[in-house]
Design a protein around this ligand. Structure first.
Ligand code: PAF
Length: 280
């Protein structure tokens, strides 16, 4: 597995792989890889001949009071994990490799990026869409794999790819969970053992809504109440949102009848923000 830091090196490696007849798969990450990321790399390896993992903690998607400076940087472990999972190349640029000091182009995906996390993290999805558009341009991959845990991010990226005619196929991979059901996230390492146990109330709340939906209930208010009742049993969890949403538009719905919907939850546990979702 190769490690490169600059765009010309990345492009040369990808061109060599293409000349060898390989299709290119991209797994964009911010590093601090866990089993969920490794599953994305394995998925990319199943679906393409040459897998590029990008590792870049993107400053533009962090708000001023968020954890950019303390976001864990674990490059050596990330390199070992990526290699084991089947990556062919790591692209680990510096900020100045991707962002010109004079850069003035931003990708804003209106509407779909404004509710849910977008409401509480202004500018976050603009930062994500901009860096992902750059990564698509520099890697020129045939497909890119994203985790389903970041459901709104996935929807924003799909919409951007559609609207800008970016020639990349987006592959969504199921959320990988800790043994107690909590969605894996790089931020789980901020949680104490006690908090990780408390966090399992989030998947339990989603399961309550899903179980009710499976009995035929379609009113969003009832499904949301079922989840909120469970969330309320764990006082350490401070709910930021708990919504029933349309899977494609991310818009809140009043009824799930006749459309594909999900429940999406964001909570704070101490200073750590956790998100999760499941189809209904
Ligand atoms: O999901 C992430 O890790 C990031 O938002 C991404 C897609 C790598 C963009 O920085």
């Amino acid at each position: 597995m190769e490690v490169v830091h600059t765009i010309p090196e990345l492009r040369a490696a990808v061109a060599r792989a293409r000349r060898a007849g390989k299709t290119i798969g991209l797994v964009p990450t911010m590093g601090c890889l866990h089993a969920g990321h490794l599953a994305l790399i394995q998925r990319a390896k199943q679906e393409s001949g040459y897998v590029v993992v990008s590792i870049f903690v993107n400053p533009t998607q962090f708000g001023p009071n968020e954890d950019f400076s303390k976001y864990p940087r674990t490059f050596d472990a990330d390199r070992a994990g990526s290699q084991q999972a089947g990556a062919d190349l790591i692209f680990a640029p510096k900020t100045e490799d991707l962002y010109d000091p004079d850069a003035s182009t931003h990708v804003r995906v209106a509407g779909i990026s404004e509710g849910l996390c977008g409401e509480f993290r202004p500018g976050h999805f603009e930062g994500v869409a901009t860096v992902v558009a750059m990564l698509f341009n520099v890697a020129q991959a045939d497909l890119a794999v994203f985790g389903r845990k970041d459901l709104q991010q996935l929807a924003v990226i799909r919409r951007m790819v559609r609207d800008l005619h970016i020639p990349v196929r987006i592959v969504a991979h199921e959320t990988v969970r800790e043994a107690n059901g909590v969605a894996m996230s790089s931020r789980n390492r901020y949680l104490s053992v006690e908090q990780l146990a408390q966090a399992k109330t989030i998947p339990a709340a989603m399961a309550a809504a899903k179980a009710l939906a499976q009995t035929g209930v379609t009113e969003a208010v009832r499904l949301r109440d079922a989840a909120q009742t469970v969330l309320a049993t764990q006082p350490a969890l401070k709910t930021q949102y708990c919504e029933i949403i349309d899977l494609e538009t991310m818009a809140k719905v009043t009824s799930t009848a006749g459309r594909k919907c999900a429940i999406a939850i964001a909570c704070h546990l101490g200073t750590t923000r956790l998100i999760d979702n499941t189809d209904l």
